[in-house]
Design a protein around this ligand. Structure first.
Ligand code: AVJ
Ligand code: FE
Length: 430
């Protein structure tokens, strides 16, 4: 195998190690439904293998189906998450055998395949990028399921750099055009394409994500009880749900506590807030006299290099992510303290845009002008519209393989179990 193929093989191995680590539990934990919002873990496990079979073995390599009878069960569009426990799912041992069988054949295909042709699925190893990123995204989903379950054992406390209590509250992004999306990143998804020019007026954007201390001040100030701050549907959601704090938070006397993978600990006030819905982020921003950034504002502040007049792959440039630049890949099971990554700053000086927490933006998930679905409509196209808000940047649980300045994630505005926070923006006053 050449170097590129070796790299792909290493990525396949790494993501599988991760999936197996998250599912190395007793069968009962894997088959149980921890929340109607989430699949049983054993569904995710076999689903990633089935997806890999469909795309690499059947579509790219033309191999006959291994187990066509299970396709229906693992089709995410046929069965909503809440119904998945009632399906005749493969048991944990069978699921592991199945995905291992698929993987063995996938490595044979990788060895034999021509990564420069004959189809766009082969080119630059796109189909391998597709399944690697897909599995990492499901791993992050599994981690959210495990956090909901209260399951201990997932806290990993790799040393994160200390926070830094200096620097401006906001950075300024002057008016002007930038290139949004990508024409060149080979493993980018269809929804990141095509690259196109967007001309924005000048704006301010927070240098850092909103922290727990600032968010607690919003709560103490009665932010959850004041309809002035809330979008109308947000206010309805807040009243119906009775929500008064981020998910997994509880107050005891004067102290906020949180539960993190089964451990109860004081809320670290210097960390970015996470587990808030879009509605909460939107309300906080209004309370703070600001607003959420649009997706274009977020991407320009993160990725645009105004001197070179081109987009960077990461805020800091082209260099691959490493521990000194961003908190990714579940090295620690939490966001890093605010200000921990000065070396990871964008050209405009915005920090922690990649890693730590996904960031809600004000934008609906919509196609870019000239969008073409690839390789299938159900990855992005069926989600476009006014139902899902765009999330950017990637959390501490996201893998570097599925993070870049152009990467787009999306979810319902009420979602809170995902590792999501936000930062605010502000239009320049003239
Ligand atoms: C991009 C994270 C919203 O999990 O629904 C997984 C990714 N697509 N399988 C999701 C995805 C197909 C997707 N998100
Ligand atoms: Fe999937």
């Amino acid at each position: 195998m050449n170097d590129f193929k070796e790299r792909i093989a290493a990525e396949l191995l790494a993501v599988r190690d991760r999936s197996l680590a998250y599912t190395a539990a007793e069968d009962d934990l894997l088959v149980r439904q921890h929340s109607p919002l989430m699949s049983p873990l054993v569904w995710d496990l076999a689903h990633v293998g089935n997806y890999e079979e469909l795309w690499v073995l059947r579509e790219a390599a033309g191999i006959e189906p291994l187990r066509p009878e299970i396709d229906d069960i693992y089709d995410a569009f046929k069965h909503p998450r809440k119904d998945r426990p009632t399906l005749p799912l493969l048991g944990p041992a069978e699921a592991r055998r199945y995905i291992e069988g698929v993987r063995g054949r996938v490595l044979d295909v990788l060895d034999a395949i021509d990564l420069d042709g004959p189809t766009p699925l082969h080119r630059d190893g796109f189909v391998f990028g597709l399944v690697i990123q897909h599995e990492h995204q499901h791993d992050e989903t599994m981690l959210a399921t495990l956090q909901l379950s209260g399951q201990p054992g997932l806290v990993r406390d790799a040393d994160l750099p200390p926070g830094r209590d200096q620097g401006p509250e906001e950075v300024y992004v002057p008016a002007g055009p930038f290139t949004m999306g990508t024409a060149t990143l080979p493993w980018a998804y269809d929804n990141e394409r095509p690259a196109h020019q967007v001309d924005l007026p000048g704006y301010w954007i927070d240098r850092l994500p909103v922290g727990n201390r600032a968010y607690a001040a919003f709560i103490e100030d009665g932010g959850y009880d004041d309809p002035r701050w809330w979008a109308p549907e947000g206010w309805q959601w807040r009243r119906r749900s009775g929500t008064g704090a981020p998910l997994f938070w509880a107050k005891d006397g004067d102290t906020w506590w949180r539960i993190r993978f089964g451990r109860t600990e004081p809320v670290p006030m210097d960390e970015p807030v996470q587990h808030v819905s879009w509605y909460e982020a939107d309300a906080y921003a209004r309370w703070a006299g600001k607003r959420l950034p649009t997706e274009a504002e977020w991407e320009k502040a993160c990725g645009w290099d105004p001197e070179a007049r081109r987009a960077r792959r990461y805020p800091w440039g082209e260099e691959d992510p490493r521990p000194g630049l961003a908190n990714l890949g579940h090295r620690a099971a939490r966001p890093a303290p605010l200000g921990a990554y000065p070396a990871g700053a964008s050209a405009y000086g915005a920090e922690q845009m990649v890693g730590d927490v996904w960031e809600w933006t004000d934008s609906w998930f919509q196609p870019y002008p000239g969008f073409r679905s690839f390789p299938y409509k159900e990855y992005s196209e069926v989600f476009f519209g006014h139902e899902y808000r765009v999330l950017r940047g990637g959390s501490w649980a996201a893998d570097p393989a599925a993070v870049r300045t152009t990467f787009r994630n999306w979810d319902y505005p009420i979602r809170r179990q995902i590792f999501t926070g936000f930062r605010c923006a502000r239009t320049e006053l003239v």
